[in-house]
Design a protein around this ligand. Sequence first.
Ligand SMILES: NC(=O)c1ccc[n+]([C@@H]2O[C@H](COP(=O)([O-])OP(=O)(O)OC[C@H]3O[C@@H](n4cnc5c(N)ncnc54)[C@H](OP(=O)(O)O)[C@@H]3O)[C@@H](O)[C@H]2O)c1
Length: 264
Amino acid sequence: MVKNKIKTALVTGAASGLGYELALLLAKDAYNLILIDKDSEGLNEAKINIQKTYNTEVSLLIKDLGTINIADEIYNEIKDFTLDVVVNNAGFGMFGTFYETDWQRESEMLQLHILTTTHLIKLILPDMVKRGSGKILNLSSLAAFQPGPMMALYYASKSYLLSFSQAISNELKGTGVTVTVLCPGPTKTSFQEVVSEKTTKNKISFNMACPKDVAAYGYKAMHNGRVVAIPGLFNKFLSVLPRMLTRNRTTKIVRKIQDKNRDS
Ligand SMILES: NC(=O)c1ccc[n+]([C@@H]2O[C@H](COP(=O)([O-])OP(=O)(O)OC[C@H]3O[C@@H](n4cnc5c(N)ncnc54)[C@H](OP(=O)(O)O)[C@@H]3O)[C@@H](O)[C@H]2O)c1
């Protein structure tokens, strides 16, 4: 594995979608990269593509972040690096009524979105605070702002990430370390196919963002030390709308949208 004194960034879920785009932006800014994903083929391809354009060192860790104690394992492999940026991006969605969905897959999702992300941050933060510098970017979602029937655990886990990120960002004021939480709306990546893998209908096309634009927005927000980053005016409006309605009403609206766009 490569070791250096230059800027280093770690990105999870970097084999495709937003993680890959964020890795490209970091490479462009001369960061050396540690890329993590469970998709080894995709990750190798990402490394080749990044190095076609940028003269940066890229280390790959093939890990399933949905497994217990994986954060400890990763930290042991990277603890000799000085991490300037950590992007907790890996994630996936699931569609269906909670009483029918697959618990094995759901527990992997909760492990990935909540426990692994939290544990990894817990392990890397003390080094960053000691150094007085570091940037963390967590991928939440527009889903974080309201309950999400038919994707109940996905929405709840993204709410956790938003709340947790905002809270620790406040605690870190004055330390030189910042935490940014990116909350995209629907974005054209393989995420949407994974969510809809068991459905015959996927009609989300309205307000679908391009991953390059979303990544660029989140990247800039992270470098500016912004806490909550919501790309797109319409998405910003949608993020405050639940505050103007009752939670009951909001939940019913989300259900209607889900029923219109997908089936089970
Ligand atoms: N796209 C959207 O509409 C949207 C909207 C809001 C928020 N987000 C969030 O943005 C983040 C990135 O998603 P994306 O849209 O870029 O989706 P994506 O293209 O599917 O990329 C996600 C990457 O994470 C990897 N991954 C998934 N589970 C993993 C695990 N257990 N261990 C290691 N790697 C894992 C995936 O590998 P595999 O391909 O092997 O599964 C994939 O390479 C996610 O946190 C998602 O919740 C996405």
